[in-house]
Design a protein around this ligand. Structure first.
Ligand SMILES: [Zn+2]
Length: 282
């Protein structure tokens, strides 16, 4: 039985502020904590009956997890040049997907710790076929196209409530109580990891009860960006329509193609934030 883990950092045990996730001395501590939470999920997955686990590091530069400290039974997708973004490595041979250390969406109704949608620098809101989505809901739809159900999530309490509106049966480990976007009431990491381990194990044991989320037909993304310079530059792609100063729309035939297209637009928008060639030695 193969399990895919998409790992993010904001919902990891111990994380309460953005500074902890940047490249400084604090960040080195939090890379260890991230790796430990992921290890708890891997252990739970194997205890529940998994025979193979692949982890995709999905935060920031996508190379946060310390491979030397990772459970040696798992393989790690690391590095950011990925066509499939947080789901690189996922295919139809997997039986379930877990989201470890994830977070609520930008502008969600509840305060969640370091809430954002995929790229805080450029995305205000993302809709798929008219429905506002966060990263977990979007990734769930993409995984569904491969026949892979979402079985487990971990993060703060508000994130868990948000995801359960869409996935009421997903197994969830709460790692902290969200107090503010940049404050949390933290569980001790050992306590949170015990919860991650047991809920991940429970999810794999009942994996047959989960159904992949699928839908037919074309997929339209409506994305509100943070700045007009970001939106405008995405129209270099002939598929993108400007629907407002900061709003773009595109339609693809299926969710996997649309996800890659969305990621392409996000890459352009991030690069366009301060001028596309401002930080490149072209
Ligand atoms: Zn992140």
């Amino acid at each position: 039985m193969k399990i895919f883990i998409s790992a993010d950092m904001e919902g990891i045990s111990g994380v309460a502020t953005n500074q902890q996730l940047k490249t400084n001395s604090e960040y080195q501590r939090f890379r260890k904590l991230m790796t430990a939470d992921v290890n708890a999920a891997i252990e739970g997955a194997f205890n529940g009956g998994a025979t193979e686990v692949v982890v995709a590091d999905g935060h920031g530069n996508m190379s946060n997890i310390l491979i030397e400290d990772l459970d040696p039974r798992a393989r790690l997708v690391s590095g950011s040049n990925r066509v499939m973004c947080q789901l690189e490595g996922l295919d139809d041979t997997f039986d379930g997907i877990m989201f470890v250390g994830h977070h609520g969406r930008e502008g969600g109704s509840d305060v969640t710790v370091i809430s954002h949608t995929l790229a805080g620098i450029c995305i205000n809101e993302m809709k798929i076929n008219g429905k506002v989505v966060g990263e977990t809901e979007m990734n769930t739809l993409v995984a569904g196209a491969f026949g892979v159900p979402s079985i487990f999530i971990s993060g703060d309490d508000a994130y868990v409530r948000e995801v359960k509106e869409t996935l009421p049966d997903v197994e969830a480990a709460v790692t902290k109580r969200a107090v503010d976007r940049f404050a949390a009431e933290l569980l001790h990491p050992e306590v949170a990891r015990a919860e991650i381990r047991s809920k991940a194990e429970a999810a794999v044991k009942k994996i047959k009860t989960f159904k992949p989320m699928t839908f037919e037909g074309p997929v339209t993304f409506d994305i509100e960006l943070k700045g007009p310079q970001q939106a405008k530059m995405t129209t270099t792609l002939p598929t993108v329509e400007l629907t407002g100063p900061k709003n773009i729309r595109f339609t693809c035939g299926d969710i996997v193609t649309a996800y890659k297209h969305m990621w392409g637009c996000a890459i352009i928008a991030m690069t366009a934030t301060n001028g596309v060639l401002g930080s490149v030695n072209a």
